[in-house]
Design a protein. Structure first.
Length: 277
């Protein structure tokens, strides 16, 4: 059984066939799908999907490109949403220097991220991290800034013997270099792998995945984005996570079943959803 740990099924690209997409994923062996929010509105939409479908779970939070929406009032609403029994994580949160060029807005991202980390700590739920560098450069300012913030948080978790210290979250759709991946893993984060690992020109990412232990990996679609080969150019959907698993199996010289088993177990350890209604 496969798991898609990141798909945005509330987006309008699924408006005409959302139920069919979810049913097709389940029929294809996708055991669980995790839908992260980007703000209050989409977090509520994720929860509604989780309520409607047994195989769907939700995460709630403010995406870095929407961080100006994080106000005292909206944070109070987020604190209520996170109590829902099918909310298993805080996310999608993090830093984005690709779309956000203004230094003041980047500073706002860094200043507000700890507020969402503190919420994760308070409710004992892991985080789903977005990290995108300016010009998609590997291991640049954004990576350094994010790892610095996470190291500070990790010290707080360790000092209080908090359970999240051993499984704080995942770097979603990781596109950095080996050094930054290893630093994330040293902080006990999982590394999320998406469709680009299947792209013809992505040999660098395949070599990265080859050097990372399966025990650190999660598989994701980021649907409707980042569609894997052989469906590239079409809308992505959760059932296509199988192609990500196939490519990881190829570079690790193992079977899809083994990749599915390990990554699904990794997801359960992180999100604890076997105990979730």
């Amino acid at each position: 059984m496969l798991t898609d740990t990141h798909c945005h099924l509330y987006l309008n690209k699924f408006d005409n066939d959302r139920a069919e997409v979810i049913q097709n994923a389940v029929a294809a062996g996708i055991e669980r799908m995790l839908v992260p929010g980007l703000d209050i509105e989409t977090s509520k939409a994720a929860i509604q999907l989780a309520e409607a479908y047994a195989n769907v779970y939700a995460a709630v939070g403010f995406h870095p490109t929407d961080i100006e929406k994080l106000t005292p009032e909206s944070f109070a609403e987020l604190q209520k949403l996170v109590q829902h029994p099918k909310v298993v994580a805080i996310g999608e949160i993090g830093l984005d220097y690709y779309w956000v060029k203004d230094p003041a807005k980047r500073l706002e991202q860094r200043e507000k991220l700890p507020q969402q980390l503190a919420l994760a700590q308070a409710v004992n739920k892991p985080i789903i991290l977005h990290l995108r560098e300016e010009n998609d450069t590997e291991n640049a300012e954004g990576t350094k800034n994010l790892l610095d913030i996470l190291r500070t948080w990790q010290k707080e978790l360790l000092a209080s013997n908090h359970p999240l210290a051993t499984h704080p979250g995942v770097f979603h759709s990781f596109n950095g270099d080996l050094a930054s991946a290893q630093q994330a893993i040293e902080l006990n984060y999982n590394i999320g792998i998406t469709g680009p690992v299947t792209y013809k020109n992505a040999e660098g990412q395949r070599q990265l995945v080859k050097q990372l232990p399966l025990a650190a990996l999660l598989i994701e679609t980021d649907a409707p984005f980042l569609t894997p080969v052989p469906h590239r150019g079409k809308r992505n959907e959760p059932k296509f996570v199988a192609h990500v698993a196939d490519k990881i199996a190829e570079v690790h010289n193992t079977s899809r079943d083994h990749v599915a088993q390990v990554t699904s177990a990794n997801a359960n350890r992180l999100f604890g959803w076997e105990a979730t209604p």
